[in-house]
Design a protein around this ligand. Structure first.
Ligand code: ADP
Length: 298
């Protein structure tokens, strides 16, 4: 079975060797084990001067921040301040909305994902996304759900699909709960928390370098939320993670860095403050951040 390190190395080598605009080769045999990277290195996302619109309406303006390798970056702020818009710009999901566009730069390991030659479909594979509401494919088994992305690439043998599927379910801390039924039971037969872990496994199965999570726990009960938070802390050993959350306790529990956004009278979301989570929550530099985290508004 592929180890985590192999999987991550493959994601990285894929990214390094193929410009994002080119067609990915059909899956190749596992690469020989590569030396471990130091724990503080890995893919980063640098956002520079990013603005985004829905039609004529500007939703976010001039956002710049860095999503640090192998750390968790939380994006917080009141409803409507542009958190989802921002995170969806980080893997070019924003432009899927009719009339939506973005301007600025998002550098994945120094390559601008908005450069003209870049294929957004490839970007979304390297920068995976988990959504607010668990969305397993309803007619598919757990196994078929996990390997759905890999199958789309074509030419993958059953044995390989099983290996990758099992590994992804183990990484998502779901394997022990589903291993006896994963080929038979439907993805939607699972509880909400299990479905969300299944969706995380589905994202992991295509070996992304970065994982974006848009309020991944907002539909879950506290126990399921706790399990996802634990899982995120495990995953950050190998992945670069950004999470949108409206739950400030969650941001303070799981994240290493926090970005606070706000839309004021003009309803355009801007970054107010960005820094280590401990500083943002205990010693913010901006009065507006302090007012928000102490519950004075929002
Ligand atoms: P948040 O995630 O912080 O709640 P959003 O990014 O969802 O904020 O929304 C930011 C702004 O963009 C809001 O004013 C919202 O109404 C607007 N918006 C979001 N999605 C769309 C859309 N599909 N079409 C038009 N406007 C949208």
């Amino acid at each position: 079975m592929l180890s985590l390190t192999d999987a991550q190395t493959r994601a990285r080598s894929l990214r390094d060797s193929i410009p994002l605009g080119e067609v990915a080769p059909s899956p190749s045999p596992p690469l020989p084990a590569a030396p471990l990277r130091p724990p503080d290195t890995g893919p980063s996302l640098d956002v520079r001067g990013l603005s985004a619109w829905y039609g004529e309406r500007k939703a976010i303006e001039d956002v710049s921040l860095s999503v640090a390798p192998r750390h968790i970056t939380a994006i917080i702020g009141p409803s409507g301040c542009g958190k989802s818009t921002l995170i969806r710009c980080l893997n070019r999901m924003h432009e899927v909305v009719r009339g939506a566009r973005a301007q600025g730069r998002v550098l994945l390991d120094e390559q601008d994902i908005y450069a003209p030659q870049v294929d957004p479909v490839r970007v979304r594979r390297v920068v995976g996304m988990v959504f607010q509401k668990p969305n397993p494919f309803p007619m598919m088994s757990i196994f078929d759900n996990v390997v759905a992305g890999l199958r789309l690439q074509g030419g993958v043998r059953m044995r390989h699909l099983e290996e990758v599927g099992e590994r992804a379910l183990r990484q998502a801390a779901l394997w022990d709960e589903v291993k006896d039924v994963w080929k038979k039971a439907s993805g939607v037969s699972l509880s909400g928390g299990q479905q969300q872990r299944l969706c995380i496994a589905r994202t992991l199965a295509v070996e992304p370098a970065v994982i974006l999570m848009d309020e991944p726990c907002s539909a879950l009960d506290p126990i399921a939320t706790y399990r996802i938070e634990e899982l995120m802390s495990d995953l950050k050993r190998d992945y670069t993670i950004a999470i949108v959350t409206h739950n400030m306790q969650q941001a303070s529990r799981v994240s290493d860095y926090t970005a606070f956004m706000l839309a004021e009278a003009d309803r355009i979301g801007r970054l107010v403050e960005f820094g280590p989570t401990a500083s943002i929550f205990t010693n913010p530099s901006e009065r507006r951040t302090e007012d928000y985290i102490t519950g004075r508004f929002g």
